[in-house]
Design a protein around this ligand. Structure first.
Ligand code: B1M
Length: 218
């Protein structure tokens, strides 16, 4: 299959997500993209994320409501089940542990779960704290698990300050120098990352994993 075919399948998937079509129909399109030899990362970035961004824009315009956002979340978890078996496990020895969570006040977990899925397939161990994570939990679990990388996801601009709270608690506990901190999610910018003092910000999951791989600490 040609690149052109994949590109049009990506557009079809994005449109069907944006239009909130039936999950079974979208699954068939995703399987088609897999058959066209698109990688899981390409399908996520060029089709799924594009469709969800559209859902977000339609929500902003008042065309969609909360129930539609919820349905978009349901579509995504179904599509992960289709994609997981097609992820290529990298032949790596067990890597560092990444302590991962969505910050306090934020319930979005689709991007976090994509990051976790790709990280696991890249040889990292993931300790997932879930969503709406209390800042104290990040610090406590860092000590308990010995994680060398902390990953925070934040999609709401209102929850961005939670990143600083976590950093402050890590400093108080004497842990900040022992870990690398990476953030990602719709609300995150490289500028914010620099200002708040994390080690890195990733604009997509693949970039995030590449950054973590560069930190592989023995
Ligand atoms: Co909400 N929501 N939502 N939502 N939602 C957004 C984020 C929004 C941008 C929509 C919009 O208005 N355009 C807007 C935020 C505006 C803002 O703050 N600037 C918004 C809002 C307002 C809200 C509510 C407040 C709505 C309400 O209640 N009135 C509410 C908040 C609830 C809360 O969290 N307290 C709310 C609720 C929800 C649902 C729960 C219904 C649902 C989430 C379901 C779920 O996650 N299980 C939902 C959804 C689906 C969305 C949109 C449509 C899609 C989010 C998504 O999953 N994107 C979203 C619009 C948008 O994002 N354009 C929107 C796809 C995902 C793959 O992208 O998470 O960015 P993302 O992850 C990417 C990268 O950012 C990166 O990798 C991923 C893949 O490349 N990445 C990392 C993410 N985390 C990373 C961590 C890393 C590295 C990379 O290292 C650790």
């Amino acid at each position: 299959m040609t690149e052109k075919n994949s590109a049009s399948t990506f557009d079809e998937i994005a449109k069907s997500i944006s239009d909130l079509e039936e999950i079974d129909k979208i699954k068939i399109l995703v399987k088609k993209a897999v058959d066209e030899k698109a990688t899981v990362a390409e399908i996520i970035e060029k089709a799924l994320k594009k469709g969800l961004d559209d859902v977000g824009s339609r929500y902003e315009k008042g065309e969609y409501f909360l129930s539609e956002l919820l349905y978009a979340g349901e579509i995504m978890s179904n599509l992960f089940d289709v994609l997981k078996p097609h992820m290529k496990q990298e032949d790596l020895e067990a890597g560092d542990t990444i302590l991962l969570g969505t910050v306090r006040g934020d319930l979005h977990d689709i991007g976090k779960n994509i990051f976790a899925m790709i990280a696991q397939f890249s040889g990292f161990k993931i300790h997932d704290l879930g969503v709406d994570v209390d800042p104290k939990t990040f610090a406590e679990e860092t000590e308990k698990t010995g994680a060398r990388i902390i990953g925070m996801s934040t999609l709401l601009t209102s929850t961005l300050p939670e990143v600083k709270t976590v950093l402050d608690l890590l400093k108080e506990a004497g842990l900040r120098e022992k870990v690398k901190v990476i953030i990602g999610g719709n609300a995150v910018t490289k500028q914010f990352a620099e200002e708040v003092g994390v080690d890195a910000a990733a604009l997509d999951a693949v970039e995030g994993i590449e950054i973590c791989k560069g930190w592989k600490m023995k």
